[in-house]
Unconditional design. Structure first.
Length: 70
């Protein structure tokens, strides 16, 4: 195995599940109403960050309209 291959494997987090066209991996950030996950667009291979909202928390704090504006 080449050094470049090893570095590539280390730098790319493992993918755990699929949401639409995205392969979702580890959590890279977290807040009150959401988690941000590392993901890869399975069609293009492009790495992206996906924000996944906790619907229950958003509704509980009556933040739905504010979230829609973002």
């Amino acid at each position: 195995m080449k050094t470049v291959e090893i570095r590539r494997r280390i730098s790319q987090p493992k993918v755990k599940r699929r949401v639409g066209k995205y392969e979702v991996g580890r959590t890279i950030g977290e807040g009150t109403f959401a988690k941000v996950k590392f993901a890869i667009n399975s069609e293009t291979g492009e790495p992206v960050a996906l924000k996944i909202l906790d619907k229950e928390e958003v509704l509980k704090h009556k933040m739905a309209e504010q979230i829609r504006r973002k």
